[in-house]
Design a binder for this molecule. Structure first.
Ligand SMILES: Cc1cc2nc3c(=O)[nH]c(=O)nc-3n(C[C@H](O)[C@H](O)[C@H](O)COP(=O)(O)OP(=O)(O)OC[C@H]3O[C@@H](n4cnc5c(N)ncnc54)[C@H](O)[C@@H]3O)c2cc1C
Length: 415
């Protein structure tokens, strides 16, 4: 069997490793000229770390990322609303890692090249269109810069792992248009600083209209007693927004003033913003769930299948898990079409549900409740939101995301 993977992001490269592990020949076609260490921070949940460990990448992740110890929500005065242990601290057999997306991408790309040869990642190949027939699928490419047509490729199946602006999805859903803007702009950055809290915690402060998220993400920085902190400032903005582009750099003046007074005993937000050089702007966008990802020999994974708002740290992890379910289905089913349908049946309902749950803020709804019920702060959070209610929201989110601890720890390996 020969698989064509469109997109060399987290999902596409994880799919390449997974298919190769299963003995399936695979080529990745990536639009950019070179896979670069782009992005800032991303989180890998224990369900995805389990899969990457079973793909032989556990040691490299441990040397690179931060094993997240806790997730904590605060109000805009810096008072703690909720804190829960994460990863190993929460009893998972695998850690949660906060990691630089670029470093993660390099780990994946290196492993793909080592295991399957340099020619298995074809950079500079932007998918223009595809067509399928009874014997296979043909993909047509252009050079993104020059627009020149490149040689087409033929395979048994085609996997659209080409992200939120997926060309594969656009051909399957020609009327869909741009991603849906949810009203908030994000400004994302990374800066080395002194550690806050225990040096391993993901902390989110504020509420829907104004939020500041931080987490440390570099093992090397930590070894030196420092923290490479990923931060995201968010504000509700009015009016139309530009196309979602992960690499758009902007001036801090656009948003920094709104956070000028956010000096908490445990974190100096304006100080962190001041110390940062480059800030990237990205509108908070997702896509409406669709009812079908698999069309004959063609399917979608990751953001191409289920672009969700960046709440609850799910996108990267779910892309990895998709690739594993897809591989399992290809090993188990007698025809390619049946395998792709099975993968869809196993993943689509849960991913659509989590996409919508995240639109409703997921577990972060507790920050909204605290702001509505106690805008000036509180003496005791128990007087504002009962502990049981927050524990229930946390458990419900984990169940929906496939992250329930005992399930992750005890289910059989997918491959
Ligand atoms: C440059 C970049 C920076 C990012 N930074 C962050 C970040 O800091 N934090 C975070 O949480 N998430 C970030 N993301 C998004 C995050 O990687 C995804 O939400 C998640 O990991 C799901 O991965 P994915 O593989 O589905 O999509 P992505 O990781 O977005 O990968 C999609 C890949 O497909 C390629 N592609 C697109 N169109 C075509 C085409 N027509 N033909 C061939 N290839 C194509 C893209 O160049 C990209 O490499 C970033 C994505 C990108 C592309």
């Amino acid at each position: 069997m020969k698989a064509l993977v469109i997109g060399g992001g987290i999902g596409g490269l994880a799919a390449a490793l997974s298919l190769h592990q299963a003995g399936i020949e695979v080529t990745v076609f990536e639009a950019v000229r070179e896979i670069g260490a782009l992005g800032v921070g991303i989180n890998l949940q224990p369900n995805a770390v389990r899969e990457l460990t079973e793909l032989g990448l556990g040691d490299e992740l441990a040397l690179t990322g931060i094993p997240t110890s806790a997730l904590a929500y605060y109000n805009r005065h810096g008072q703690r609303i909720w804190m829960e242990p994460r990863g190993r601290e929460a009893g998972y057999r695998w850690p949660q890692y906060s990691i630089h997306r670029g470093e993660l991408l390099m780990i994946l790309a290196r492993a793909v090249r080592e295991r399957t040869g340099d020619a298995s990642i074809r950079c500079g190949h932007q998918l223009a269109s595809f067509e399928q027939d009874a014997q296979g699928v043909t993909a047509h490419f252009v050079d993104r810069r020059s627009g020149a047509q490149l040689e087409s490729a033929r395979g048994d199946i085609l996997i659209g792992a080409d992200g939120i602006h997926s060309a594969v999805r656009a051909q399957l859903y020609p009327d869909e248009g741009d991603p849906r803007f949810c009203g908030q702009m994000m400004w994302r950055a990374a800066v080395e600083s002194t550690p806050y809290l225990d040096g391993l915690t993901q902390a989110i402060s504020g509420h829907r209209d104004q939020k500041f998220l931080v987490y440390p993400m570099s093992a090397k920085s930590r070894e030196r007693g420092r923290s490479l902190i990923n931060w995201i400032a968010e504000l509700t903005v009015s009016g139309p927004t530009s196309r979602a582009d992960w690499n758009r750099q902007v001036s801090k003046e656009v948003f920094a003033g709104a956070f000028a007074k956010w000096r908490f005993p445990w974190l100096d937000v304006p100080g962190l913003i001041d110390a940062t050089d480059s800030v990237f702007e990205f509108p908070k966008v997702d896509r409406d769930p669709v009812r079908q990802w698999s069309f004959g020999r063609v399917t979608l994974i990751g953001d191409a299948a289920h672009a969700m708002l960046p709440i609850g740290s799910q996108a990267g992890s779910q892309a990895v898990v998709d690739s594993r379910y897809l591989t399992r289905a290809l090993l188990a089913e007698p025809t390619h079409e049946q395998a792709l349908r099975r993968y869809e049946a196993e993943r689509l309902p849960a991913m659509n549900e989590i996409t919508l749950r995240i639109r409703g803020l997921g577990q972060e709804i507790v920050m909204e409740m605290a702001e509505e019920r106690a805008p000036d702060g509180f003496e005791r959070i128990e007087d504002v939101i009962p502990h049981e209610e927050m524990a229930r929201l946390s458990a419900e989110f984990k169940l929906a995301a496939g992250l329930e601890r005992d399930y992750v720890n005890s289910r059989k390996s997918l491959i």
